[in-house]
Ligand binder design. Structure first.
Ligand code: PA5
Length: 446
């Protein structure tokens, strides 16, 4: 079971810049109210809490067929429709494309260079495309889908429809309509589940099965962790506790930047997944907490200096891996050299864990609050726990801040300008606005 160590945010450990039990207790009422919103399902978007109870039979069947007849599996999606699958892929099947088939490509941008690159290395006759969009209308995803549709039709003719899986709303949207019209295989993203909370739906689970991960393990982990994160007692509920700590350190100490630093290369995309969840859920109404993605030990030699001695505006969240599943001994060579000899016979996992603990301590000694999430192992069970833990923490923090953690109105505005520029009917005024802004920009270009 993953656990949270919060000693290094308490004043007993980090001194006056830390939190006291009294401060935490004083927030109890607000915390109960936040948790109550969750327990009473005050928001339809809390449907993400039910995902761990989902049935995986249909997903397994679709994945079996893909594994059987595909050399490549290409995901088209963006934001919540891509970051979850990426996190699962890197954590649970590192170097996947060098070791296994189907090879996996996740195209989550509209950079023509990347798509050209993908098209140059996959054989579309043996590729399954999984287009993922909840709304069915995100410009980036539908544009790349239209391109793939035409390219596949060129090589496969009408048979190409058998090589597309649509993951989308069960009833609504353009993609659902296309799936119906052409009889595409499709998987539903349950109503109410927003993009960034959807990793434990077919959005992430199909990819998991395609790369050989039992999706039931992800869900089992999430179920076990959900139980702990809905516990009413603050001191037993790690999600409530983490949301209290980050909320208090932000509102009372101006620590508005939350660094996430897993000590495992495979969890680097997990950092990115967390950053989207945290930023898009909490950044609104002039409030919010800024996420900062990182990875240890790499960033100790890049960022740690800033965190220890720079502005006092950060909280560092370590994700410590207890068991890497494999290990490598450092050989007994150069033993006579003082700067190398001490490493002889030790192992890489000992070293990385020592580095993580040292960074925690260095920060604490400098009076910089930090917390550690202990991850027993990087496997499906514990990754499922990590996902639901941070999803529940995010929603609770949103409730504490008094913002809606499920919408993203700021993103929508940008989308409307893009529609205007790309000529979508009904967005003509947006286009005029963009053109006026361009005029203004001309005067300031050097
Ligand atoms: O979290 C969200 O809701 C967003 O990041 C969406 O996932 C993203 O905008 C893509 O949306 P859609 O799945 O509708 O294409």
């Amino acid at each position: 079971m993953i656990s949270l160590n919060f000693a290094n945010v308490m004043e007993e450990v980090v001194g006056e810049k830390g939190l006291s039990e009294r401060e935490m207790e004083a927030l109890r009422g607000k915390g109960q109210e936040a948790l109550g919103q969750m327990l009473q399902r005050k928001w339809p978007e809390l449907a993400f809490l039910d995902l761990p109870d989902g049935d995986t039979e249909e997903i397994k069947d679709v994945a079996l067929r893909i594994k059987d007849d595909s050399e490549s599996f290409l995901i088209l999606g963006i934001g919540g429709s891509a970051l979850g699958p990426k996190a699962i892929l890197e954590a649970l099947s590192p170097f996947h494309n060098l070791r296994k088939t189907p090879k996996v490509f996740i195209y989550d941008n509209v950079d023509p260079r990347s798509l050209t690159g993908i098209l140059s290395v996959v054989d579309l006759k043996k590729t399954t495309v999984n287009v993922i969009t909840k709304s069915g209308s995100t410009a980036e995803t539908v544009a790349s889908f239209m391109i793939l549709w035409e390219e596949m039709e060129k090589v496969l003719g009408k048979k190409m429809t058998g090589r597309i899986v649509a993951t989308t709303d069960p009833e609504k949207g353009n993609l659902r309509e296309i799936a119906r019209r052409y009889g595409l295989a499709s998987l539903p993203i349950p109503p109410g589940v927003g993009g960034r909370y959807s990793v434990l739906s077919p959005v992430g689970l199909l990819l998991a099965e395609v790369i050989g991960v039992d999706s039931r393990e992800l869900l089992k982990g999430a179920r076990d962790m959900r139980q702990r994160c809905l516990e009413e007692d603050l001191w037993k509920n790690p999600a409530l506790l983490l949301s209290f700590v980050l909320y208090l350190l932000s509102t009372e100490a101006g620590r508005n930047i939350d660094v996430i630093i897993p000590y495992a290369d495979g969890l680097r995309p997990f950092s990115e997944w967390f950053c989207q969840l945290w930023a898009e859920s909490l950044g609104k109404l002039g409030m919010g907490l800024t996420p900062y993605p990182s990875v240890g030990t790499t960033d100790q030699h890049s960022q740690l200096q800033l965190w220890v001695e720079g502005p006092e505006d950060k909280v560092v969240i370590f994700v410590r891996t207890e068991d890497y599943g494999v290990d490598i001994k450092i050989p007994h060579i150069f033993e006579d050299m003082e700067g190398l000899g001490y490493l002889c016979g030790r192992s890489l996992s000992e070293l990385i864990k020592a580095e993580e603990e040292s960074s925690e301590l260095a920060l604490a000694k400098a009076g910089r609050p930090n917390l550690t999430v202990h991850m027993p192992a990087i496997d499906a069970y514990h990754l499922g726990q990590l996902f639901i833990f941070f999803e529940i923490t995010t929603a609770l923090t949103g409730f504490l801040l008094g913002v809606n953690p499920f919408n993203q109105p700021g993103v929508e505005e940008g989308k409307r300008y893009t529609y205007g520029m790309m000529g979508r009917a009904g967005y003509e005024e947006r286009r005029l606005e963009v053109e006026a802004a361009r005029e203004k920009k001309l005067c300031w270009r050097i």
